[in-house]
Design a protein around this ligand. Structure first.
Ligand code: SAH
Length: 367
């Protein structure tokens, strides 16, 4: 069955016929509607710090990128963003940063406690690979969710593009299991079209989402950043041309749709990276292919450009208020509505009838 499913996924990932792809997106959209409903949850993103001690070959925040001026938000700025999230009617704030050792465990814990005490917001952290004890502390301070993409399930490729900080540290899949064990809602995800990433490994990524039983799954295109070894072409992982997955919009929609079918009740964002490669309607097309979450940016505009994980990020100069209005407009234009409250997994207003086997739907679709 697992093999059948993998080959079914692979066929879809290689599908190029537009009418067949429309069928796939429609099927994913129906699964989305049935399992998580028409609500689109808004998660306010706060990019706390662009300092990073890591050397990820794909990411513009890597320590080796000396041209990027670095910033770290103050506690007051972060709390101001959380207040704004409440005013704008968001249910969640996502606190994201590079791996910055000066974001000390105690400092983060205090901010989480303050937000949980003073607001009704769910708090999601996305602070990279941190010690089990730190993750435990933040959970006990009230953090609800943690995002840590595993980027690719291809271990060899991951090792090449994501050098270890300390040898023997737990890998991201292990950390995701630890996060679940600590009682976090756990979010993983991948980039699509990384140089060296095969179609087959993308099929494995989807199966890995399922096996890990992730609560949130972020999928976006890989976007080359010229100040990184992978983006400049200095690093070229070997792969046959016919095996290389493209970092195209279409490839991302296929991944979102297949992920929705295989993981019917997960929260899946239509990502900023997708909106970056199709500024006109990437976000909407993601929402029509199975996604049910968007992440409006709350980071003060003066810092936005400096959180340059990849270039030409969408919505870089928009104020939080404009971002909010624009996204709500897009959601309504699809006949959907903005979700109320924290919008955790399993709290949607959709019918919660027992799903028909997701895998059999997938096989039927390809019959
Ligand atoms: N330090 C945190 C947050 C990193 S930024 C962490 O490592 O988890 C969040 C995500 O941005 C990463 O997980 C990665 O999937 C994505 N990202 C980084 N560089 C990118 C690039 N060049 N193109 C597209 N997405 C990228």
């Amino acid at each position: 069955m697992a093999e059948l499913t993998k080959s079914g996924l692979l066929k879809w990932l290689r599908e190029t016929q537009p009418s067949r792809l429309q069928e796939l997106y429609q099927q994913a959209d129906a699964v989305r509607k049935q399992h998580v409903g028409d609500a689109v949850h808004l998660r306010g993103l706060i990019e706390l710090s662009s300092h990073c001690v890591r050397q990820c070959m794909y990411c513009g925040l890597r320590q080796g990128n000396r041209d990027l001026p670095r910033y770290r938000m103050t506690r007051e700025e972060i709390l101001g963003c959380a207040r704004q999230a409440e005013r704008l009617g968001y249910g969640t704030v996502v606190m994201q940063a590079g791996e910055d050792d000066l974001l000390t465990p105690e400092w983060i814990a205090e901010i989480v406690q303050w937000i949980k005490r003073e607001t009704k917001l769910a708090v999601t952290l996305s602070l990279g690979e941190r010690h089990h004890e730190e993750l435990r502390l933040w959970r006990s301070a009230g953090a609800d969710r943690y995002l840590l993409r595993f980027e690719t399930s291809d271990e060899n490729l991951f090792r090449v593009i994501h050098p270890c900080r300390v040898s023997g540290a737990p890998d991201r899949l292990t950390l995701l299991r630890q996060l679940k064990h600590l009682g976090y809602e756990a979010g993983g995800g991948v980039m699509v079209g990384i140089p060296g990433q095969s179609f087959a490994s993308l099929a494995e990524d989807i199966l890995t989402f399922h096996v890990l039983d992730l609560d949130m799954i972020g999928i976006g295109p890989y976007i080359a950043h010229a100040a990184t070894p992978l983006g400049s072409g200095a690093l070229r992982p070997a792969i046959a041309v016919s095996e290389q997955a493209p970092n195209s919009e279409e490839m991302v929609y296929k991944m979102i749709a297949l992920t929705r079918i295989v993981c019917p009740d997960a929260n899946i964002p239509s990502t900023t990276a997708l909106a970056t490669i199709n500024k006109l309607d990437g976000r909407k097309l993601g929402l029509k292919a199975g996604a049910n979450v968007v992440m409006p940016n709350l980071t003060p505009v003066k810092y936005r450009r400096l959180y340059e994980i990849y270039p030409a990020k969408a919505c870089i100069d928009e104020s939080a208020i404009d971002c909010n209005q624009c996204l709500r407009g897009q959601i309504h234009s699809l006949g959907r509505f903005a979700g109320q409250g924290p919008g955790g997994r399993g709290t949607s207003q959709a019918s919660v009838s027992i799903p028909p086997g997701a895998h059999s739907q997938l096989v039927q679709l390809h019959a």
